[in-house]
Ligand binder design. Structure first.
Ligand code: ADP
Ligand code: MG
Length: 230
């Protein structure tokens, strides 16, 4: 028991530290990117290639922060009661504009009284990473449907897109660190998401068909039900 306690205290210290670092590092990354971009636009020589490589690597660093720590705030590692509709209102604020930019549409259908226990920034991070993948998988006029309901002591959340879909071989590798099919992917998004859902005693499954679309199904223990384990 003591070991367990120490471990969770250590984990909390590490995530607070990570959150502060992410917070502090994001701004200088953006500023550096701005100056490099200016330089790259002026150059006609070989140097332009190096500057563009530097820009790509900076974007990769920003991508890693996004996949891990979009909502992380120092000293916010606590677990509380989360209202699913409320959490998704915040998530939508970030993702709907992003989807619109790609010509996609997001519809959300969540009833008001669904509750689970967890950390609000981690919960949002988990879903941002799933939904961002859906947005990136859409070609042109795509659609993402998100809905949730309670059933037999669990809350179910579905995220379904009609994007490019995956083969069985790709599906089997989801969550594996650095597995990515994107030129600017980190391959860390779903690894982070699986970790968060697991800590919440939940389960994440994917169904997908190449050329048809992908559906993520998240199952979490409902609060206040007889079998609920804190
Ligand atoms: P990244 O997005 O940085 O590539 P992720 O861990 O988020 O890393 O996703 C890993 C890979 O899983 C993606 O590169 C993509 O090939 C595949 N993938 C995940 N979600 C979807 C989806 N909704 N539709 C199609 N492919 C997906
Ligand atoms: Mg991703």
């Amino acid at each position: 028991f003591n070991d367990e306690l120490q471990r969770s205290e250590k984990m909390e210290i590490i995530s607070e530290l990570a959150a502060s670092v992410a917070h502090e590092v994001r701004n200088p990354l953006q500023v550096t990117r701005g100056f490099l971009q200016l330089l790259a636009e002026k150059q006609q020589t070989q140097d332009k290639i190096y500057l563009n490589m530097a820009l790509d690597e900076l974007d990769r660093a920003s991508g890693i922060i996004t996949d891990f720590l979009t909502f992380a705030k120092p000293e916010a590692g606590k677990s509380t009661i989360l209202n699913i509709l409320n959490e998704f209102t915040h998530i939508e604020g970030i993702l709907v504009p992003m989807a619109n930019l790609q010509g996609g549409r997001i519809t959300v259908d969540i009833p008001p009284l669904l509750e689970v226990k967890g950390n609000t920034s981690k919960f949002k991070q988990a879903f941002i990473n799933i939904i961002k993948n859906s947005i990136e998988a859409l070609q042109g006029q795509g659609e993402i449907k998100i809905w949730a309901y309670a059933k037999e002591r669990y809350i179910y959340i579905h995220v379904k897109d009609n994007g490019e879909g995956m083969s069985a071989a790709e599906l089997a590798r989801l969550g594996e660190p650095y597995f990515s099919n994107k030129s600017k992917g980190t391959g860390l998004g779903l690894m982070v998401t699986y970790g968060i859902i697991e800590v919440m005693n939940g389960e994440l499954t994917f169904k997908s068909e190449k050329g048809v679309g992908t559906e993520a199904i998240i199952r979490l223990p409902e609060i206040g039900k007889p079998d609920y384990q804190s």
